[in-house]
Design a protein around this ligand. Sequence first.
Ligand code: R1P
Ligand code: URA
Length: 291
Amino acid sequence: MRTIPPSELLVNDDGSVYHLHLRPEDLADTVILVGDPGRVAMVAAHFDTRDKEVSNREFHTITGTCKGKRLTVISTGIGTDNIDIVMTELDALANIDFKTRHIHNTLKRLTLLRLGTSGGLQPDLPIGTLVFSRTSIGLDGLLNFYKGRSEVCNHDMERRFVQETGWDDRLAAPYAVDADRELFDLFRNDTTEGITLSAPGFYAPQGRWIRLEPADTDLFNRIISFTYEGRRVTNCEMESSGIAGMAAMMGHRAGTICTIIAQRTSYQSDTDYAPYIEHMIRLALDRLVSL
Ligand SMILES: O=P(O)(O)O[C@H]1O[C@H](CO)[C@@H](O)[C@H]1O
Ligand SMILES: O=c1cc[nH]c(=O)[nH]1
C-alpha cells in the first residue's frame, strides 16, 4: 500500500490540511464552493448552526447545518490553480487517513456545487441569468497535467472546438468535461443550461481589451459562434472546468451555477449584484438540503 509522503500531502501540526486548515472531521459531505471569500458569510447566514469557521489565505470555510443537513461552504479564490489545491485537499480530507497516510479502502463521494459569477456570451442571456454549466471547456490546461484526464473528457467536442475556433497551439489544449448529471437534473428547471468557458485570466483570456490588445481579437467571436450538438457557449468564468474535471477523476459529483454579471455582447455590467447572488444561494440551499 502506498504511503503518501509529508512532502506531497502537507499536514499542519494541528492535524489540518496545509492550505485549507481543515481537519477531516471539519468537512461535510456536501460542499458549496464560492470564489469570493466574502460570499461565504452570505451562504452561512442561512445556516441554523455552525460548528467550524477557519480562514487561511483566500480559503475561508464555515461548516454547519441548514435545515438539518450538514454543509460546508468554502471560498476558493480565483482561478483553476486554486481549484487544484482546493479539490485535492477536500478529497484528501474525505479519503485519506492523515495518520497512516494511506488512502481509505472505501472512498467517500462528496457533493460539490460552485456558486459563482460569470460573463454572458450570448445576447439573450441578460445580467441576472443563472447558468448551470452542463459542460465546461477549460482553457487553462489544468486537467492536462493529470493521467485520468482522457477518461473524463469529451474528445470529440475538444477536437471540434479546436478546429472551429482556430485554436492557437501555443495555448494550453482545451479540455471539455461534463458536470454531474444528477446535479444538472436537480437544477435544470431553475437555470439555463450552458457550455461554460473557464479562462486562465479575466482580461485577454476572456477576450477583454483594456490597454494590452489580445493576441487574437476575433477569437471570442469564433467561440460565440461555436456550437456542439445544437448547444452553444453561454458564459465565461474561471473555475468550473477544474472543479468538474477533478471531481470526475476523483469520483465526486460536482456542478457549477453562475450568475451573469457582465453582458459581453451588449457591453453592460452590474457590479451591484448581491441580490442576484442571494437568489442563487437560496435556490442552491433549497435543492441541496433535499438531496
Ligand atoms: O465570483 P467568483 O465565484 O469568484 O467567479 C468569477 O469571478 C472571478 C473573476 O472576477 C473569477 O473567480 C470568476 O470565475
Ligand atoms: O465576465 C466575467 C464576470 C465574472 N467573472 C468572470 O470570470 N468573467
